[in-house]
Design a protein around this ligand. Structure first.
Ligand code: DHB
Ligand code: FE
Length: 285
């Protein structure tokens, strides 16, 4: 059977992708940020899954104001990197896993989550930057990727509780897929940042660190935190952090299993005008 072995949490700041694409990771500005990613990259190389369910928000590239699904699951065999205004990033095409996508759709929709199913979508920095953070610049990504896109760009956004419960439903779905697959679930976005308006440039590291503690030890409590607190404390784009709860919900401790093992945690300020964080939780076996 398939099983979820780990969850990964990562910022997806576009400037991090640009630094990798333009070989600037050793520049004085970026060196401390990328030094912090070394441990995660070593872990990722030693723990390459068959499939990553990659939770992220589209930033107006696959969807626009004419159509914004709250939760959209990618069903395709492949997804091209989006052209976000400067041409597509020079990264591999993302290869999907249509059979697992179909099973996730069947199971999660029957489990009362009304997913939108999408086929022909480009994937933007929300998806490709976390892959680059972990796998650098390979010829091909080392695993299949199933995109799960969440609307956090146009209000109303889904609640933390809804995100955590979706993660639990995803775990139940993976557990019933009749193929021997190692699956990871990644939640991306954040950490605190505001890109617009009077508070542009806002970073709140104490709040981010409390969030990191709480998502590990008290995910149900964190899931009860209102969207207004994210925006007030972590900035208008800090609401992206609510997506991390989908990944956290898929860990087995929320279904009566052992608490996960924290493998790595890193947070760095700033990357561009954003607090960049990374957290890795393994299932305890
Ligand atoms: C920026 C964009 C993002 O989507 C994000 O999550 C963080 C930073 C940016 O444009 O700097
Ligand atoms: Fe973003």
């Amino acid at each position: 059977m398939a099983r979820i072995s780990a969850s990964v949490y990562s910022s997806h700041v576009p400037a991090i992708g640009v630094a990798i694409d333009q070989n600037k990771t050793d520049d004085p500005y970026y060196a401390p940020l990328f030094a912090g990613y070394e441990a995660g990259r070593k872990w990722a190389a030693a723990n390459t899954p068959d499939v990553v369910i990659l939770v992220f928000n589209d930033h107006g590239n696959a969807f626009g104001l004419d159509l914004i699904p709250t939760f959209a699951l990618g069903m395709s065999a492949s997804y091209e990197p989006a052209d976000e205004g400067w041409g597509p990033r020079p990264v591999p095409t993302v290869q999907g896993h249509p059979a697992l996508s179909a099973h996730l759709a069947q199971s999660v929709i029957q489990d009362n989550f009304d997913l939108t199913l999408v086929n022909d979508i480009p994937v933007d920095h929300g998806c490709t930057v976390p892959l680059s953070v972990m796998y650098d610049q390979p010829e091909e990504w080392p695993c299949k990727v199933i995109p799960l896109l969440v609307n956090v760009v146009q209000y109303p956004v889904p609640s933390g509780k809804r995100c955590l419960e979706l993660g639990k439903a995803i775990r139940r779905a993976v557990d019933t897929f009749d193929e021997d697959l190692d699956v990871q679930i990644w939640g991306t976005g954040g950490m605190s940042h505001q890109l617009q308006g009077e508070r542009a440039g806002l970073i709140n590291q104490p709040w981010d660190n409390a969030f990191l503690d709480r998502i590990v030890t008290d995910p149900e409590g964190q899931a009860a935190v209102d969207h207004v607190e994210y925006v007030r404390e972590a900035g208008s784009e800090g609401i992206e952090l609510v997506m991390w709860l989908i990944a956290r919900g898929a860990m087995s401790d929320l279904a009566g299993g052992e608490a996960p093992t924290e493998v790595h945690r890193h947070d760095h300020v700033p990357a561009s005008n954003t607090a960049a964080g990374q957290l890795i939780l393994e299932e305890t076996v």
